[in-house]
Design a binder for this molecule. Structure first.
Ligand code: ADP
Ligand code: ZN
Length: 537
């Protein structure tokens, strides 16, 4: 039975209020709903959590009330279909889904509801849509004027440039060929121009109006802190200070580190579970379910976790290792705060991360052009990590959006101290240069010992206490030297290579050595400087 009609229940705002209980549209939702409900095609680019679902759900309801029939929603994510259909039915909107999880009885029931014209929304997996049987059903509905709308969710899956290309999506152009007069709305959270063009091309959306939302997530506070001492201790302190008993995700690069970190957090009294592709399917499902249903659970995970997980109250996303690039950082941190309430994106970052990421690119079997692209993306991420100005401005600029200082990132809240590190940088570079001259190569630890004049077996063995650079940098602490070295690596003046991360100079180091350029670097962060305080909120 349809919900009681209030006077304005056939307007977008009426549906929004009566069915969904919301008082206003967010951002461009209102314009999109108006356009699609009126029969226009649309391509919607909106960040995760921006509210894409309402952009087709409200038009679907309006058009059904105008006796225009059912809206067919294409979605690749079974879990999401399930959740959305449940929520819609609860709100009194007749919806169903068709996917491989159904028995044939259940599928037959859904098909009956579909053909009767009673359904408002039907969710279906892309491979289902293009079967002859389903196309015949759509044709029959279309002939009776009961096919109101196609919504294509996760539309970037049609693009080979994207990170999750699905061949079945290519078949969806068929919908336009068969039913050219049925309006279509394609939606994605992938922002880049290349993917956008691909979607328009492959889904024949040339006539569609394009709605691009800001990719800013103003409720997410970005902080990137230096690794100091034990990163997991830093994490624990931060969790206790900022997110006690709150749900969040901690990303690590390796499965082993996921297991160890989850176990360790548990031993410290937190409710933490591991998630990675090495766990069996049952364990993964149980852990995911618990994360969704229980309060205050910390999921320690590899990037295998997250895609399609719709939990609105994730209060933080922490990275113990560097993500692959800025797109990945944005996607992963974007899982925090989908409900719009304050949330944190927090990352620890250290010298070893830079070195490891560079090595992983170098050692990958990909061709050189691809690797060059990867290096460029890593450099952009490192620049974000080393930035002393607003993180959000840099993040958004990466996606082609200009903005001004946000007031809600670590650098805005606690301006980073910088210092003229030209002299120390020259000392460090010339120390590596001395090693070179002697045909030697060393890693960070030994280099810093020599700079600080710290006698060890190794410095004695190599006679390094007689080098001209011996103890030339005793005025800086080890932490400060690590910060200088890390930034020199991030800036590309030094590379660390091989199993032992031995250091060598690049061509660009020469200008620094010669004193032709000066370097202002971020000061090593004593612990606590970037600590964000709850009270500041
Ligand atoms: P997306 O698919 O873009 O990631 P969703 O459609 O899942 O985002 O919406 C994210 C959250 O925002 C959901 O909890 C949704 O109910 C809520 N939301 C969306 N639009 C509005 C609105 N106009 N007013 C209030 N809440 C909204
Ligand atoms: Zn800022």
């Amino acid at each position: 039975t349809p919900p009681a009609h209030s006077p304005d229940s056939d307007t977008p705002l009426g549906v929004l209020a009566n069915v969904f209980g919301y008082g206003a549209f967010r951002g461009q939702q209102g314009a999109i709903v108006e356009h699609v409900a009126g029969g226009g095609d649309a391509l919607v680019l909106m960040p995760t959590g921006g509210g894409k679902s309402l952009c087709y759900q409200v038009p679907a309801i309006l058009r059904h009330r105008r006796r225009q029939g059912v809206a067919v929603v294409v979605s690749p994510l079974i879990a999401l279909m399930h959740d959305q259909v449940g929520a819609l039915e609860e709100a009194g909107v007749h919806a169903a889904f068709l996917n491989s999880s159904h028995s044939s009885d259940e599928a037959a029931h859904v098909e009956r509801e579909l053909m009767s014209g009673r359904l408002v929304l039907l969710y279906a997996a892309p491979e289902r849509i293009t079967t002859p049987r389903f196309l015949a059903q759509l044709t029959s509905l279309h002939e009776r004027g009961l096919l109101s709308l196609f919504a294509i969710d996760e539309a970037h899956c049609v693009s080979q440039w994207g990170h999750d290309f699905r061949a079945e999506y290519l078949q969806l152009s068929l919908l336009h060929e068969r039913f050219p007069d049925v309006p279509r709305i394609a939606l994605t959270a992938t922002a880049d121009e290349l993917t956008r063009q691909d979607i328009i091309e492959r889904l024949s959306l040339h006539e569609a109006r394009v709605f691009i939302s800001s990719f800013d997530r103003p409720n997410i506070r970005y902080s990137i802190v230096e690794k100091a001492g034990s990163p997991r201790d830093q994490l624990l302190r931060w969790l206790r200070d900022e997110h006690e008993d709150e749900a969040g995700i901690v990303y690590c690069q390796s499965r082993r580190k996921v297991d160890e970190t989850a176990e360790w957090l548990s031993s410290q009294g937190l409710k933490a579970l591991p998630y990675h592709a090495g766990l069996d399917a049952d364990t993964r499902r149980v852990h995911q379910d618990r994360f969704l249903r229980e309060e205050g659970l910390v999921m320690v995970a590899t990037i295998a976790f997250g895609m399609g997980i719709d939990k609105p109250d994730v209060r933080f996303v922490a990275h113990l290792d560097l993500p692959k690039n800025i797109e990945a950082y944005y996607q992963e941190t974007g899982r925090a705060g989908r409900d719009g309430a304050p949330a944190d994106a927090w990352m620890t970052y250290g010298l070893a991360d830079v070195v490891n990421q560079r090595r992983m690119i170098d050692e990958s079997p990909a061709d050189e052009t691809f690797k060059q692209g990867q290096r460029g993306k890593l450099d952009a991420l490192l620049a974000l990590a080393e930035a002393t100005d607003c993180r959000r401005v840099r993040l958004l600029r990466y996606f082609g959006e200009e903005s001004s200082a946000c007031g809600n990132c670590d650098n805005c809240l606690h301006p980073a101290a910088t210092w003229d590190a030209t002299e120390p940088a020259r000392k460090l570079l010339s120390c590596i240069y001395r090693f070179h001259q002697r045909g030697e190569r060393f890693g960070a630890g030994h280099l810093i010992d020599v700079l600080r004049g710290k006698a060890t077996d190794k410095t004695r063995q190599y006679g390094h206490d007689s080098l001209s650079t011996w103890a030339c940098g005793a005025e800086l602490s080890e932490l400060q030297w690590r910060a200088v070295l890390r930034q020199l690596i991030a800036l590309g003046h030094v590379v660390a290579e091989g199993e032992w991360h031995t250091l060598s100079l690049t061509d660009s180091a020469r200008a620094v050595l010669k004193g032709e350029v000066s370097l202002r670097l971020r000061e090593a962060q004593p612990e606590g400087r970037t600590k964000t305080s709850r009270k500041a909120r």
